[in-house]
Structures are given as C-alpha cells and as structure tokens.
Design a protein around this ligand. Structure first.
Ligand code: KG4
Ligand code: ZN
Length: 331
C-alpha cells in the first residue's frame, strides 16, 4: 500500500509518499517563503501560480526519490481545505487528475485535522486526547475520541497565534515568516522585560484571542523605543505571553474533557520555548504531552498522506467532484 499525500494549502508545495505503516518513502517541501518575504506575508495569487509551476516537477521528484512509478500508488490523499482557496484548488485538481487517469482512490482531508494527527508519523498515540493546532491560519483545540472522530472545543476569536507572530515581525520589518525569526531573536532576551497581557487566559472557556496581544505589542513599540539594546527582550516577553496562553488554555481544555493526553501540532508548535513550557507543565501535572518534530509541525504532505491512511482504514473515500473549501469545517 503506497499513499501519495499532497498539501498546497498555503505557500508550501509539499508531496510525500508513505507506506501502510506510515513510513516515509519520499518527502519534498518546497517553500515559497523567500518570494512572499518581499511582501511581508503570503500573496494568494502568487502562491497559487507558484504551486501550478512546481507541483508536476515535485510529483516526479518524489516518485524518483522513492524509486517507484506512478502505477505503484494505491491511494492519493490531498488537502481539500481549509486554506487559501486558489492554492488548495491546485493540489486538489492535480490529485483528481492523477486519480482519474490512474483509477486510484482519492481522499480529500482536512488540513487542520492533519496537523492534529501528524504525531502518528513518528509514534503511536492512544485515544482519547486533546489536540492543539497552532499555525498561521488556525489556533484551535480539538477533542479526539478515535481516529477521524473529533469535536472542536475551542478556537481563536480573531487572529491565529502564528498570524500574530507574522504581523509583529512585519511591523518591525524583521522578515517573513515571523515565528522562526522572533524565536531566534527571543532566545537571548528576557521574558520578564515587558508584562504583556494574557488575553482570555483566566476565563473559563477554551477560546483564544491574539489580536489584542498584537495591538498591545504595537502600542508598546510606538510608546517606547525598541532598538538593538532591548528588541530581543521585548520579543521574548511577547513570545512568553503567547506560550502562557496556549499552554494554559490547552491544559484547561484537557481537564474539562477529562483527558490526560495532549497532542500539539501546527507551525507554531515548532517553537522551542512553547515546546519547553508544554513539557515542563506536563511533568509537573502528570499529563502526557506529545509534540511533533519541527519538520512535521509546519505544513507538509506527509501528514496529509498519514491522515488519508486513517480514513482509508475506516473505509472512507472521496468522490472525484469534492469541493475545495477555505474555512474550517466545524464538527
Ligand atoms: O502550519 P503552518 O506551516 O501553516 C499554516 O497552516 O498556517 O504554520 C505557519 C505559521 C507561521 O505563522 C509561522 O510564523 C509559524 O507557523 N511558525 C512559528 C515557528 N515556525 C513557524 N512560530 C513560532 N515559532 C516558530 N519556530
Ligand atoms: Zn498548516
């Protein structure tokens, strides 16, 4: 059983081939970050055009890397949403073409669910668990009782956490994507330099809000000089506020759902400080926290192939006329 996974949800064109045990046979992620960096953020029209240019070559490259031919593919999994609609459509149309031409089953998967389940590329995890997906497009908590079976129990009311990192980096002219750059600079900064707010941290629910924190940062930076002498401290303080809120809310969600296992995925989960805070708290409180390796936190085709393998095992298959969608489908 060989599964091809395709993700073109945002600005990475990624294809992977995995086997029935979710072992990776080939995996390519082609980032467009340099291109979008010129504009300080993803330009949807440029992203979809670039996917069109790249996808065919990357498809041939993963086949070559894995040493197989197109006829060996048994199943195609592809992101059908949520994402930038023009970008999603490129991967989905390509996948439909392959399936139609090769008479291969197609499974359209939810990109956010794939982030939540990406841990299975590296290890088994026991159900039930609570999953935090924290990326550029989403900050959302899902409660899974079994593979392919989840409920949304919390989500951001405005900006996603990654979006807040990206917007602050853009405001300071640091480059794109902001998360990794801010983490790098914050490494030598003091997290206690500025007491940024922790929005919604103390309310009883599991929702988030990051737009106020972003505004608090910008207001601070307009009132106080942020220069080479203190920028790393200010960024470390901001990062600490984001980590505090994400960790507190996820633990609250786990407690409220009576679950002792927490899974974390999505681009922001590559952040070393966030990983540290999650693991420290897990040790203190006796929870099991599982975080994907950084490579599988950010967008990748392997997690799409992996999630497709669960749906295939459950006997699910998509029709060739499935639609692309831009917003998270709430279950
Ligand atoms: O999951 P992802 O690759 O794409 C989406 O589905 O959105 O996440 C991208 C987001 C960006 O906002 C980026 O700034 C953030 O993840 N990110 C990070 C780090 N690496 C990527 N944020 C904080 N620290 C990082 N090391
Ligand atoms: Zn993503």
């Amino acid at each position: 059983m060989i599964i091809l996974g395709i993700d073109t949800s945002c600005d990475d064109t990624s294809l992977a081939l995995i086997d029935r045990d979710r072992r990776i046979l080939a995996h390519i992620i082609s980032s467009q970050a340099d291109l979008h960096g010129l504009f300080g953020g993803v330009v949807p029209e440029i992203a979809s055009r670039k996917h069109v240019e790249l996808i065919d070559g990357i498809y041939n490259d993963v086949l070559e890397k894995a040493g197989i031919s197109a006829g060996d593919i048994d199943l195609v999994g592809v992101t059908s949403g949520p994402g930038l609609i023009g970008s999603v459509l490129v991967g989905l149309s390509f996948a439909k073409g392959l399936c139609l031409a090769g008479n291969i089953p197609l499974i359209g998967v939810n990109h956010v669910e794939a982030h939540a389940m990406s841990i299975f590329l590296e290890r088994e995890a026991e159900f039930p668990f609570v999953a935090l997906v924290v990326s550029g497009g989403h900050t959302i908590i899902l409660a899974f009782d079994a593979p392919c079976s989840f409920k949304v129990i919390g989500s951001t009311l405005d900006d996603a956490a990654g979006e807040a990192f990206d917007k602050i980096a853009k405001f300071l002219g640091l480059g794109y994507p902001g998360g990794r750059i801010i983490e790098e600079m914050a490494r030598t900064g003091s997290p206690d330099h500025v007491a940024f707010p922790r929005p919604m941290m103390d309310d009883a629910g599991c929702n988030f809000s990051f737009s106020g924190l972003k505004t608090a940062f910008i207001t601070y930076a307009k009132k106080h000089p942020v220069d080479a002498s203190n920028i790393n401290d200010v960024l470390a303080s901001f990062q600490e506020a984001v980590c505090d809120v994400l960790v507190s809310k996820t633990f609250r969600a786990a407690r409220q759902s009576n679950m002792e296992r927490i899974v974390v995925g999505g681009g922001v989960a590559a952040n070393g400080r966030l990983r540290e805070v999650f693991l420290e708290r897990a040790r203190r409180e006796g929870f099991e926290v599982m975080i994907s390796s950084p490579l599988f936190c950010t967008d990748n085709g392997a997690m799409i192939a992996s999630l497709a393998s669960f749906y295939a095992a459950a006997g699910t298959c998509s029709a060739l006329d499935i639609k692309a969608y831009s917003r998270m489908v709430m279950k």
